[in-house]
Design a protein around this ligand. Structure first.
Ligand code: FES
Ligand code: FES
Length: 235
């Protein structure tokens, strides 16, 4: 190797180094450009998580809706519904059948505002799923009476001032009607002194049996009086 060839070789190496450096610069520039585009895309929200993955993730549980048909006799009328199986009876009545007389208070079984009568027994409709009542007979406040033809319990509540704001009242009245049926059927309560004797519709029996229906207006005394009057009329 002579000096000139050494020079050429040095020049060649230098040229190669420059070319490599250029390529490296381009690569750096390209990389920075791409990174900038990616950041802008992510920041704008146009790049979804699923598009970053070759395989789409499974649908979350919240997006899987399981619907089911259910037939209820509501206030004597057969009603067929197609419901998300997680729908409570309360929501089926209010949101699907638009029977908004039944109220949602706590939605946790603590206030009794949602009380309806199902197959003759009072229940908290917020605590039960509609699909569990296929073929059941449901009575709501709308099915007890009408403004022109009040149920005796509704009339007694009006007479005895058994409400103030009225929010708890549909549940109170449905519960009260079912309570008198329970007493007539001989079902004892916590305050019944003799579990084998037919319970009597005393004021204490009314108060005990209605203890699951909360009234924030405190109309309890008047409610008990209204129930006692109706119970007396039935005796
Ligand atoms: S809303 Fe059902 S018990 Fe309160
Ligand atoms: S009348 Fe108001 S909560 Fe009972």
């Amino acid at each position: 190797m002579n000096v000139s060839s050494q020079h050429v070789d040095d020049d060649g190496v230098a040229a190669n180094c420059n070319a490599a450096e250029d390529n490296l610069n381009i690569t750096r520039r390209s990389l920075l450009k791409l990174a900038g585009m990616g950041a802008a895309t992510i920041a704008s929200g146009s790049l979804s998580i699923s598009s970053m993955s070759a395989e789409a993730p499974p649908a979350s549980a919240a997006t899987v809706v399981s619907a089911s048909k259910v037939m209820l006799h509501v206030n004597g009328v057969p009603r067929e519904l197609s419901l998300d199986t997680r729908t409570t009876l309360l929501d089926a009545l209010r949101e699907h059948l638009h029977l908004t007389g039944t109220k949602k208070g706590c939605d946790h079984g603590q206030c009794g505002a949602c009380t309806v009568i199902v197959d003759g027994r009072r229940i908290n409709s917020c605590l039960t799923l509609a699909v569990m009542h296929q073929g059941s007979h449901v009575v709501t406040i709308e099915g007890l009476g009408t403004p022109a033809n009040l149920h005796p319990m509704q009339a007694a509540f009006v007479k005895h001032d058994g409400f103030q704001c009225g929010y708890c009242t549909p549940g109170q009245i449905c519960s009260a009607v079912a309570v008198l049926d329970e007493i007539k059927a001989g079902v004892p309560s916590h305050v019944s002194t003799d579990l084998l004797a037919p319970p009597r519709p005393t004021n204490m029996e009314m108060r005990e049996r209605m203890s699951g229906n909360i009234c924030r207006c405190g109309a309890y005394s008047n409610i008990a009086e209204a129930m006692t009057e109706v119970a007396g009329g039935q005796a």
